[in-house]
Design a protein around this ligand. Sequence first.
Ligand code: NAG
Ligand code: NAG
Ligand code: NAG
Ligand code: NAG
Ligand code: NAG
Ligand code: ZN
Length: 503
Amino acid sequence: MIKFLRISVFVPIILVALPTSLGFQFVHHNHEAMLGVMNDANRRCPEITRIYNLSEPSVRNRSLTVIEFSNNPGIHEAGKPEFKYVGNMHGNEVVGREVLLKLIDSLCQRYRENDRLIHFMVHSMHIHIMPSMNPDGWEQAYKNYKEAKEKGGDPNWLIGRANNNSVDLNRNFPDLNSIMYQHEAEHKGRNNHLEKVEFAIKNVTNLQPETRAVMKWLARIPFVLSANLHGGDLVANYPYDTTRSGKPQEYTKAPDDATLRYLARSYARKHTKMGKPHKACDMTGDDNFGEQGGITNGGEWYSVPRGMQDYNYLDTNCFEITLELGCIKFPWDWDLEDYWQENQDALIFYMLQSHIGVKGLVTTTDGVPVKDAAIKTTNLTSGEYIAHDILTAADGDYYRLLIDGYYGITVVAPGFHNATRCVHVNNTMAVLHGAQRVDFELVSSDKPKPPQEECDEPMIEPPEDEYKEELREQLYRLQLIRRQLSAEEWDSLVRRMIADLQK
Ligand SMILES: *[C@@H]1O[C@H](CO)[C@@H](O)[C@H](O)[C@H]1NC(C)=O
Ligand SMILES: *[C@@H]1O[C@H](CO)[C@@H](O)[C@H](O)[C@H]1NC(C)=O
Ligand SMILES: *[C@@H]1O[C@H](CO)[C@@H](O)[C@H](O)[C@H]1NC(C)=O
Ligand SMILES: *[C@@H]1O[C@H](CO)[C@@H](O)[C@H](O)[C@H]1NC(C)=O
Ligand SMILES: *[C@@H]1O[C@H](CO)[C@@H](O)[C@H](O)[C@H]1NC(C)=O
Ligand SMILES: [Zn+2]
């Protein structure tokens, strides 16, 4: 029987400090300085980075600039998930912006130092990082911060939150939740990709350039996982954000509730504080995020209509969570390094979650990729259909993020017979090797229907337990330090680990 690995083996490992680059400074970066950090990473790591701007700039003509990390940046590659981080959507919530800049610096640095984990990531996925979605709001907030710093007070809580047209960008996306909830009630209509982006852009009132640019970006790149970094609390928030009933607070499950909870938890667990008991930010103590593992359902916290998180889920394949990185929205610059220390492992570990579940290629029997085929998932443990289909991308590839379990995956595409496979998902090694691959060859519907796989009887599997999380975490940690060990040290560590397992 497999036992817990003895923690003692790993304790010293956690204490190993990661190298920092010499050039990066923990200060608040204005727009030019922000672009400077991104350009510097691009200059030091040209073969694995690309810098690009979204299709239009902010109201005040500041670029919405993204850096992409991949060994083949700029080209979507079938089989490699696309991941994104977006920071500073609220201009006065700046911790995300600064930790993302440090992350950019650190990814490049660690790649150059032959860090195996970073090499694995750069070769197995595409990582897009946009440190600021609201560069105009940041300027307003910074002015206010500087004044407070000179006078010795605290910065105003709200200045710079909105964009330069005074619009809160996280209330500016199309309201797709109303459409979704109506479809649910009527038991008809789509459960994904609810509106074509061109239509949505025309149809939504008061759409801001920053929002429009992001909507077009999401339509162009087939993202599968994302986080939107905010501040003002300490919690990982998962869909839905808009309550079904319209009440100001109510737990509002998305069909992927179990997987979304896991994703939020995977960030909170690796953050040094978020997932542990901690004080509530508002001092009233009416949120107890620390006691619920550092995560919350969006609707249960407070209903947010027209937010970016639910828009991702309802109009694209992307699962997005919203991270609140601390009580203070615009902290003093001497505190920034602490925020990086708190978040750095979580930022990396969360990106690796792009590899959970199942991925594959959908083609015709002649090998032609099938675009926009629906990937339908049934949870064979509960017998329930997870009513959120994923669509294949232009190259016929799909990514179905799922927690451990037993699933029926059915591909549905017009002109073809449906095809089903039964799949056991075990994510323990996925974060080191990529998701298991399940490809489909669709047979044209004018040919006879091929025989289908018979799934076993639904079986009850033990729920995700702490043991599995522990094991996954330790494998991750091992990977982190592997590059710092000699071959002999590595061998001896693995031998001790196996010996421990056999006890
Ligand atoms: C992005 O926009 C900025 C400012 O408009 C410009 O200086 C920069 O060259 C642009 N970057 C790219 C990659 O087009
Ligand atoms: C916006 O910025 C770009 C690039 O920096 C510049 O070419 C353009 O003239 C600016 N537009 C306006 C309206 O200021
Ligand atoms: C918009 O930007 C201008 C120029 O920086 C500034 O004077 C103005 O106060 C800003 N308005 C808002 C609502 O942020
Ligand atoms: C788009 O327009 C239709 C009909 O005018 C409306 O019912 C729907 O709610 C709108 N959708 C959004 C996202 O605004
Ligand atoms: C599948 O069903 C089991 C049993 O009800 C449940 O514990 C698990 O969370 C479900 N998985 C997903 C991905 O919904
Ligand atoms: Zn915010």
